[in-house]
Design a protein. Sequence first.
Lengths: 504, 433
Amino acid sequence: MKLELRDITKRFGSLVANDRISLTVEPGEIHCLLGENGAGKSTLMNVLYGLYRADEGEILLDDEVQHFTGPGDAIAAGIGMVHQHFMLLPVFTVAENVMLGDEATGFAGSLDLDAAGKRVAEISKQFGFHVNPSSVIEDLPVGVQQRVEIIKALSRDAEVLVFDEPTAVLTPQETDELMGTMRQLKEAGKAIVFITHKLREVREVADKITVIRLGKVVGEASPTASNQELAAMMVGRPVELTVHKDPPQLGEDALVVDNLRVIDALGHVHVDNLSFTIKRGEVLAVAGVQGNGQTELTEALLGLQDHVTGSIKLDGKELVGRSVRKILDAGVGFVPEDRQEDGLVGNMTIAENLMLNRSFDEPFVRNGSLQLDKLDEFATQKLKEYDVRAPGITTNAGNLSGGNQQKVVVARELSRDLRLLVAAQPTRGVDVGSIEFIHTQIVATRDSGVPVLVVSTELDEVVALADRIMVLYRGRIVGIVPPDTPREVLGLMMTGERPEGAVA
Amino acid sequence: MSTSASTPVTPSPAEEEIVLPEVTVVDRKAAVMFGVLTVGLALLLILAPQEGDTSFRLKAPNDFIELPTITVPSTPTAWVLTLACALCTAAAIVLYTQKRKTPIWLVIVFALAWMTGFLTWAAAGGTVPVVGLLGGSLAVAVPLVFGALGGVLGERAGVVNIAIDGQLLFGAFAAAMIGSLAGTWAGLGASMVAGLLVASVLGLFAIRYFVDQVIVGVVLNVLVIGLTSFMFSQVLAPNAASLNSPPRFRAVPIPVLGEIPLIGPIFFRQTVIVYILYITVALVTWTLYRTKWGLRVRAVGEHPKAADTVGIKVNRTRFRTILLAGAIAGMGGAFYTLVSVPQFNREMTGGAGYIALAAVIFGKWDPIRATLAALLFGFASNLQGVLSVIGSPVPSQFMLMLPYVVTIFAVAGLVGRSRAPAADGIPYRAGGQ
């Protein structure tokens, strides 16, 4: 089935998310939609899927104009979508998720789970998936969950398949498998739209590339274009893709973690038997697929986890068992992985957000009242220093773009005297320009002699920043390796295999 | 790295199910609770000793097979049962130290031993009518169960139904008025319509206009109290003979089942509404877990966006579910005026809707468990009535607190870890706008 979008325009208030975007995808073709976070790719696909109504423009399938009033219409017309945030019910089984909305029923509307199970098995067999229809989604690894999303789309006979940032949560190996699946689908004659901001993947599978910036199509590119060319098109100016850093000036051991174990309230062990050290002036980057204990590790360092055993010593002082406030006072800076949830208060101003970790006493609080003059002066200076693009320091943090929000968080954390910096996913959902800036700041912090722990699921980021790489799998250390370890090896380690020579 | 088009899709190690190692986190709640209750019972026996024998009457009038009345010496029996409680407590402590969970049967054994021990002490020199105590509990629990079912349905679909009390009260009012005019069945139908009306207002504001569900619910309860009180004093009270004297549903014994000793008189010599209740519990459970409709209801309560992306109309599904929930809760109201007391009174539900709400949470949003929870609350209420008739040494004011104390303990202490439907109470705006 041929998909054509003509002059799609979508506005949210005064913001034009999509500005006259046109796109044609032929059957048996993988069409890449390349653009930064916030460029309008997902909005466009939500219009296609009937979740948003376009203000102008039309959608054509096999040259027929479509009028979608909701996702139900889009599905019926043969459009399937693999969402960035999986649209799966975590407490339902695979079969229940696949059948939802299109249920096979028996007597009096009773569910025919067997029929749904058969359908899952049928499609799994066709594409070589291994999915058990009666598994509960929340027990499955994300790679398998994604396959359930694909099966869900295929079970409704989708001819046009949209993959919205599908590789964000996958290991390199899983990514390769997904690429294989996409090629299989292409050979089966499906039209595929592949949304991403990762250049390597684009060049690997795309037949055609359309680049979107700030809601507009800025051009087409061929899959043979270089990374540099694609990145420049995407960002609108030449960008530096590598981080410049000097060899580390290592000091003595600063953070010593010994036999750390983190258990949640239900008894699941998320971090087990973790021992590592970080020296002054060193970046230890934690690699691993999301959900392998990274969140729990960083939260344990900050004192946010309740059931922690083992020891975390910073400059000889024990942190386990101390309150978050005490740990902050000990000089730990923390960039949380979800800035909207844990990093900022969206309804508070930039200035107020900048003093969140110093709300107890001097310099911003005296005798229980805020020192607004000092705060304003400080915030104005930080806004400039960290290049936060905002109308002013009284703008609500929630109204900033992802990159600028993250800069506010980084500015707050780095403007204290730090003895340890913990940065979790420091550039997730951040534009390329801000990524450059934040990376530079992290490297500068390390060069000033502070030990840094960076957690990232993006292998590129890990490799770019790390002086050593620690790979986590199911809450345990697979190995601690130098940053020049080949990507293939790191990828294997992320699935739990320990290659020869890796030191645990 | 590069892969060619012919890359075989091989299973990677990640495809095995991830099994995180688990450590059992045990709770000392059960052991502590057992200990406190056991000591409490022992203190009662020491500080307020009772003389005489206690009888437990197990038969009901007109029984086909008559069970004997059991008579035991009060104080020694109570001590034996206290000892049994102490043993259960010891077992719970041992299990805790061994990092094992307290099994449910131990809780049941403890509860039975404690309750019997308490009754033996409280009713010394008298007779405990076991059938009356338990059958009466069921009767008291009927509106609670209907209300809890309405609550479970609503919350499973993602709408918190605080207005259960209003639905019960309005149902009771409508059943009394229409029942007086057109008979019991019309009254029952009217109660369902009344509950549905209250639900439709809740739905309109909470689903259509995204008003905070808790606020709408509370306001609706107050509104219904005001409305029914006004109508009562202006319309029903002046014309009590024609508008506020509904006929009652009579108890209809079920042949054979009703003759089973002990169980028969408790469960199968009830009114039609109670039998409708049994069917409703079964139907709600079946539809919720086994039908297309139920799957969709659970989906919109768990992850409305996922439901939306497969073409399910989220808010329409929620609205329909809330209406059904209201009709079910309304039937509970009919029990007050068509069975318990054949007339409507101001605020006659006495906050039962809130207890039903507690049963929803205690029952972990599951229809069967919520029913059991409602029955427990019913038992606590009825115990108070029965004991005051026997003439127990416990001050009646203290006993009146019992159902509420049980509710607080149950919801706060015993419920354990439960997971509400993920989108419970969160309005859904299509298109994420």
